[in-house]
Design a protein around this ligand. Structure first.
Ligand SMILES: Nc1ncnc2c1ncn2[C@@H]1O[C@H](COP(=O)(O)OP(=O)(O)O)[C@@H](O)[C@H]1O
Ligand SMILES: [Mg+2]
Ligand SMILES: [Zn+2]
Length: 332
């Protein structure tokens, strides 16, 4: 379930927040650009393709602010052994519960250790090298993909084997376990809309958007960080974009600075501060066309982003949301 939008657009306030500066950026097509990015809010870097957004952030900002954390849609971890249970750390706790219940050693319930199926070494499948063709993956005939020795699966906790548990979805696991720490950690994944993932699903099978949300979820308990996302809505459905916006606002509410390079107008409409590059791509771009709040951008006739944003702010769900928050703010 999605939580209601908690973040609210704030009026950019020059006094109250510090800035992250980018000075004299000249990478690629940038025309000696200096901008200040307000801390503790959501900033959108906008502009047509080729206007210099990625150059400004990746070649210049990250160079000058190396502590910033980039969150992208690339797969999590190169190994195929990670899954939501191991990634969130709940698997250690689950194995402890099994060990306590059955009197067996905790390593016995690990598919990376003593409990592993000997044929596939706990992978659940075998990769067959086909020489000149791409290799073929076959479910392991010994454990039938369950990754464990047969004997391990006879030891049960609340009537379930460790392999049954890994087949549970995150929401099923939240209902099944009583351990508050296990529930707390899984609830974070649920809050970003990933309650349907299975505990044992390999992280390298996640879609780009899912991987991005898992990464964002693992940042949700932190504060004081700087996050950078380059076109995070790429490949996302409208419903996913809604989830993404809520997570980005949540990060800001938790006291982080979020910088998002974005062309999606719903996301842009939720930013507290917008830096619009352009006016066009390549050599005709590389300048700051306008910077300010959404209301300031839509009044800039020279800004393509402003003209499109105007339509969205006046007609979309997110535009209405923004207006509603502003009225609430004004009435406080
Ligand atoms: N490594 C590079 N070498 C030369 N030109 C580049 C390089 N990277 C980007 N550019 C050019 O710089 C301009 C800005 O690119 P980029 O910052 O990627 O734009 P945006 O992210 O806004 O789409 C474009 O015209 C692009 O072709
Ligand atoms: Mg780019
Ligand atoms: Zn096996």
């Amino acid at each position: 379930m999605l939580k209601p939008l908690q973040g609210k657009p704030v009026q950019h306030d020059k006094q109250s927040n510090g800035y992250l500066l980018i000075s004299n950026a000249t990478a690629n097509n940038l025309k000696n650009v200096s901008v200040s990015i307000p801390q503790g809010v959501l900033t959108a870097i906008t502009g047509v393709a080729g206007s210099g957004k990625s150059s400004l952030i990746f070649d210049c900002f990250l160079e000058q602010h190396p502590k910033a954390v980039v969150i992208d849609q690339s797969p999590i971890g190169a190994m195929n052994r990670g899954n939501p249970a191991t990634y969130t750390g709940v698997f250690d706790r689950i194995r402890k519960l099994f060990a306590k219940e059955t009197g067996k050693n905790i390593g016995y319930f690990s598919f990376n250790s003593k409990g592993a199926c000997e044929k596939c070494k706990g992978l659940g499948f075998r990769e067959i090298d086909m020489h000149f063709l791409s290799s073929v993956t076959l479910i392991c005939s010994e454990c039938e993909g369950k990754r464990y020795k047969k004997d391990v699966l006879t030891y049960l906790y609340k009537n379930k084997s460790i392999s049954d548990v890994l087949e549970m979805t995150i929401s099923e696991a939240i209902a099944f376990f009583n351990d508050s720490e296990i529930i707390r950690r899984l609830e974070i994944l649920k809050s970003v809309g990933l309650d349907y993932l299975q505990l044992g699903q390999s992280l390298n099978t996640l879609s780009g958007g899912e991987a991005q949300r898992v990464k964002l979820a693992s940042e949700l308990h932190k504060k004081g960080n700087i996050y950078v996302l380059d076109e995070p809505t790429t490949g996302l459905h409208m419903a996913d974009i809604e989830k993404l916006i809520i997570i980005l606002r949540q990060l800001v509410d938790n006291g982080n600075t979020v910088i998002v390079i974005e062309h999606n107008l719903d996301v842009i409409s939720q930013a507290d501060w917008i830096i619009d590059l352009g006016p066009e791509g390549g050599r005709r771009g590389g300048d700051v066309v306008v910077q300010g709040t959404a209301n300031e951008i839509i009044n800039c006739k020279r800004s393509f982003t402003g003209q499109f944003l105007k339509k969205v702010i006046n007609s979309s769900f997110w535009g209405a949301k923004r207006l509603q928050n502003q009225i609430l703010d004004a009435s406080r």
